[in-house]
Design a protein around this ligand. Structure first.
Ligand code: BMP
Length: 248
């Protein structure tokens, strides 16, 4: 993030590998991270993974497969390491719902730790009516604190710093907060998504990274110049809000 002066992550939720790679190559210079949902790609094969890794090196970004694991330890270890996608082989970080309890972290870390991978826990969600609130969020943060060797942060709507801690605790967290539900032009979509601006997310809510999908690639993945311009716009808005937060 510091090297590229970017706290922008782009979520590339398209179904064709040609569009997927074209968007990533266009936004690459502006992002610290690319977030994927490889299970929506219709023509997925292992060569796509190789090309994604090449782009990650070319543009210096981290790869995050947004897999949202949510099962027992034994099952998530298999889903993470095996199957068609073999996520652990190529995705630097992935994420999990804390709903099964700490065993989900043990299962995933048995695969990911030896490979130097990291995990994000979903302690909140951006959607209307989300159930990840209150004590659920607090327990997610406690789970993360108990597994600092593998958990590097959260998908959440605000910083999780200090949540669930006793008052006067001197212990400080050092987790990242990556936040989806970010848009400069829309307030939401027709399926419950809710958007806030980079300023609200980074400056007011103390998050670190903005995750932007449709706000950048829009409706037509072929408009590469427009996608590049939007990526630059979101990168500048995110970084300016971050600079304002750290200098406040
Ligand atoms: P968009 O900016 O187009 O709404 O996309 C948001 C992305 O972030 C999607 O890939 C979605 O799966 C993900 N996401 C989210 O929107 N809210 C959450 O709480 C967690 C997510 O992973």
């Amino acid at each position: 993030m510091e090297r590229k002066k970017s706290n922008l992550a782009v979520s590339v939720d398209v179904t064709k590998s040609k569009d997927f790679l074209a968007i990533i190559d266009a936004v690459g210079p502006f992002v610290c991270l690319v977030k994927t949902h490889v299970d929506i790609i219709e023509d997925f094969d292992q060569s796509l993974v190789q090309q994604l890794q090449d782009l990650s090196i070319k543009h210096d970004f981290v790869i995050f497969e947004d897999r949202k694991f949510a099962d027992i330890g034994n099952t998530v270890a298999l889903q993470y390491s095996s199957g068609v996608h073999k996520i652990a082989n190529w995705s630097h970080i992935t994420n999990a719902h804390p709903v099964p309890g700490p065993s989900i972290i043990s299962g995933l870390s048995s695969v990911g730790l030896p490979l130097g991978r990291g995990l994000l826990l979903l302690s909140e969600m951006s959607t209307k009516g989300a159930l990840a609130v209150g004590s659920y969020t607090q327990e997610a943060v406690r789970m993360a604190r108990a597994h600092r060797d593998f958990v590097i942060g959260f998908i959440a709507q605000r910083t999780m710093e200090g949540i669930g801690m006793q008052e006067n605790t001197v212990d400080k967290d050092d987790f990242l907060t990556l936040t989806p539900g970010v848009g400069l032009d829309a307030k939401g979509d027709a399926m419950g998504q809710q958007y806030r601006t980079p300023r609200q997310v980074i400056l007011e809510s103390g998050c670190d990274v903005i995750i932007v999908g449709r706000g950048i690639y829009g409706k037509d993945p072929g408009l590469v110049d427009e996608i590049r311009a939007q990526a630059k716009r979101y990168m500048e808005a995110g970084w300016e809000a971050y600079q304002d937060r750290v200098s406040a």
